[in-house]
Structures are given as structure tokens and as C-alpha cells.
Design a binder for this molecule. Sequence first.
Ligand code: URA
Length: 216
Amino acid sequence: MALQLRVYVPPHPLIKHWLAVARDAATPSVLFKSAMTELGRWLTYEATREWLPTIETTVQTPLAECAATFINPEVPLVVVPILRAGLGLLDGAQTLLPLASIYHIGLVRDEKSLEVSCYLNKLPERLDPQTRVLICDPMLATGGTMMRAIAELTQRGVDPALMRIISVVAAPPALQQLSVAYPGLIIYTAMIDEGLNSHGYIVPGLGDAGDRTFGT
Ligand code: URA
């Protein structure tokens, strides 16, 4: 069967609630940051289903021995927040994945040409091919930033089929581009919006996620 991009929009009331808070232009920066943290938490919860490697064993309760499932600590787990805006989702992701290594990537897109350039890359030279990578970027607009982040990861040995992306709002141009380049990819997003305006902003979207998270 041919691989196909999968985009999940979890129908969870907490995700809907925090998305509504984040979308509202009247939401102050401090509350916007909380909304991002909560969205990071719940989207990570959804995205890690059937993705976190587990081991089956037994434990001794005070009464009897019983079957038990643990997260396998031997399979490397990585979270990659794409700076700046991805930092907003990181706190929530990290509370659920406290043992994951965090590697930051700083990508910025030129407002006019929409070209993406990398100003920070903390990824190691090689990653174990078994590594599970959760990429955090709240806005999938043109897809250029995510394409670059995935390219940096695949160059280091990560299998796109072991990646999961969490985003808050995704737009069709990004999904189209990612589906052509990485058909096995899986994305968890709070919403798929209509499209982009002439400046590459998602409409209705939530504005500039980095500026709103950091009050700039
Ligand atoms: N980045 C943002 O922060 N917002 C958008 O709408 C698109 C890209």
C-alpha cells in the first residue's frame, strides 16, 4: 500500500478550548503562552499513542505478580522545537516526555521572499536510526520551515516514519508540500485552516505565534 501523509485533528475539548484562547486577538501574551503550553501537552499526549516504544514485563504488587508495560528507556527519544514559536509547545511536551533529549533548531523565514534560513542548529552530527523525534512548530503555513527541519533530521539518519509533528494550526500549502516530500509523515494539529494571506500568514490562524508567545 502506498504511503500517505496522515493528519490527525484530535476532537478533544481541551484542545478546542486552548485553540480558541490562542486565536482570540484579545488574549494577552501571558495567557497565550499558557495556551501554547496546554496545546503542547495535549497534542503530545495524542501524538505519542502507538508511537512510544514499550517493553512488556512483570511487577510484583503488594499482593501478587502481574503483567506490566513500561516505556522502553533504551530507544532514543528526541524533541525538536523549531525556534522561536516551537518553544511555546515545548513545556507541555516536556512534562509528558521528561527523559527526551531536546535539540533546538532556529529557523527564520524572510517576510518577503518566504525563504527559510537556519540561525541555530543544536542537532548532533548523527542520530540513532531508531530515534523517535517529536517536532514542535505551532504554525504549518507554507511548509518551508518544516521541510528544512525534516531535511536536517533525515541527513542525520532519522527515519521520517519515526517522526511525529505537533502543530496548532496547519494550512493546505504546508500539508501539500509535506505530503509530496514525506508521504509517511504523521501530523497532529489542533486545526486545519483555510489558507494563507499574501504575507504567508495563516487565515484565520492566530497571528504571529512567536510574537504572541514572547510579547514582542
Ligand atoms: N508563522 C506564524 O507565526 N503565523 C502564521 O500565520 C504563519 C507563520
